[in-house]
Design a protein around this ligand. Sequence first.
Ligand code: RIB
Length: 293
Amino acid sequence: MITVIGSLNMDLILQMGDFPQQGETVLGEQFQTSPGGKGANQAIAAARLGSEVTMIGCIGNDNFGDTLQTVLAQEHINTKSLFTTSAPTGIANILIHQNDNRIIVVPGANYKLEPSHLDAVKDVIEQSKIVILQLEIPKETTAYALELCKDANVPVLLNPAPAANFDIQWMEDITYITPNEIECAQLFGDNIDSILEKYPNKMIVTLGSDGACYFDGEYPIHVPGYMTKVVDTTGAGDTFNGALAYALTEGQSLDEAVYFANIAASLSVEKLGAQGGMPTLSQVYARMAGLDE
Ligand code: RIB
């Protein structure tokens, strides 16, 4: 079982011809709500591929919370470890213009996930094949999750987004870390090659459509991406992480798993919404075999 400890948001998606400048009002083209949150997205990415997934997180006692819980259940994700709090369900305001997006997250209930909640579902964490973490929950809860995983010898895949909530001291207890190029520079500095060398088979830097890279202990490895027609890149990183966890827990090597995750991410950007384009296993294999062109 894969366990995701993280955020659930309702995404408020606005598509527009141009981003507004400071003090400017522009007319948007379309608006829609769509389930999101890095935690829920990564849970769905893994579940859609066939993993058994449990989600640990907090929602509010409101319509958005109900919808997000229902969506997870429809994806066959175990929601028994979701907690309802008095704070409103998290939201993300997502502005989309051409292939670019700008996101403002209001964490709401996500920031109510406390170490005591993790204690209440400790057995779930201990039984996991891998735990996936992102950083849209309180820092102390992430730190405690790492502690529990270390004690139970459970591998951790940590996606350091948003990067501001990362603590470098966690590196020792993380099995895999997956920053994008910007997060990598913010957290570790500009020289990607030497940073990768410092964390062999642990740090995987995602490069958008260029794929991803890591250091295998001997050589730098670049796993190419798959060029495709982009509709919305929101959730591509989440798909990569969910798919990476799926592949690793299915026994794939790191090289195979990164390739698999790149292909899954390429499929995810072809539809609107973070979860909209997340692929099934057969869609990933069809693309790998060149059968979906
Ligand atoms: O990674 C994409 C996600 O970031 C969105 O779904 C949004 O909710 C924010 O958490």
